[in-house]
Design a protein around this ligand. Structure first.
Ligand code: KMT
Ligand code: NI
Length: 182
């Protein structure tokens, strides 16, 4: 299953675990309350793509690509690693199906604290539109992921640092649905 925990803000590298001592786990139901969905689809099973296709047709994911994040294969690697770790939202779900390797998705909870979600091969993770998040490789320095998208691919992040993001309609809708009326 998926492992997640409260993120301990330390000076360690972003690729380290960032756990508290003792660790403070976060359960899948807790993630679901924030709108995060999760499926395990075994990539060792030769029919795994059938399951992916079923989810795609049910949830209307029409676009996809595969991103291979390692220094040797990803153009502009250093710049992209930095961008992925800048806190942002998207105007659609962020759907990532991990094909190989591993990495961390950090998401904000209702109190604006970070939760670190460890993703590895066979994990499909869906972050709702408008949820603040970021991504980093872990110390294995490698992940290969299928990125899925509903309509036109719009991989561009809207950074929290940009004030316009705070009043973005997808952000406002997310807060209303998952944080309760403010
Ligand atoms: C994103 O949008 O942050 C990414 O695509 C990160 C890589 S997916 C494992
Ligand atoms: Ni993103």
């Amino acid at each position: 299953p998926l492992l997640a925990w409260r993120f301990n803000e330390t000076n360690e590298d972003q690729r380290e675990l960032h756990q508290f001592t003792p660790n403070q786990p976060v359960s899948i139901p807790e993630l679901a309350k924030l709108g995060v969905l999760y499926w395990n689809i075994d990539v060792q099973n030769e029919k795994f793509m059938d399951t992916v296709e079923t989810i795609c047709s049910e949830r209307k994911y029409k676009n996809r690509d595969v991103i291979n994040i390692r220094k040797e294969t990803l153009p502009n690697y250093d710049e992209k690693i930095k961008t992925f770790f800048e806190e942002h939202i998207h105007e659609d779900e962020e759907i990532r199906f991990i094909l190989d390797g591993s990495g961390y998705f950090d998401i904000r909870d209702k109190n604006d604290s970070w939760i670190r979600v460890a993703a590895k091969a066979s994990d499909m993770i869906i972050l709702p539109a408008g949820m603040y998040h970021r991504f980093t490789l872990d110390t294995s320095n490698y992940i290969k992921a299928m990125r899925l998208f509903k309509e036109d691919p719009q991989w561009t992040p809207l950074n929290r640092a940009d004030v316009a993001t705070q009043s973005n309609t997808f952000r406002v809708s997310y807060v209303k649905e998952f944080h309760g009326v403010s």
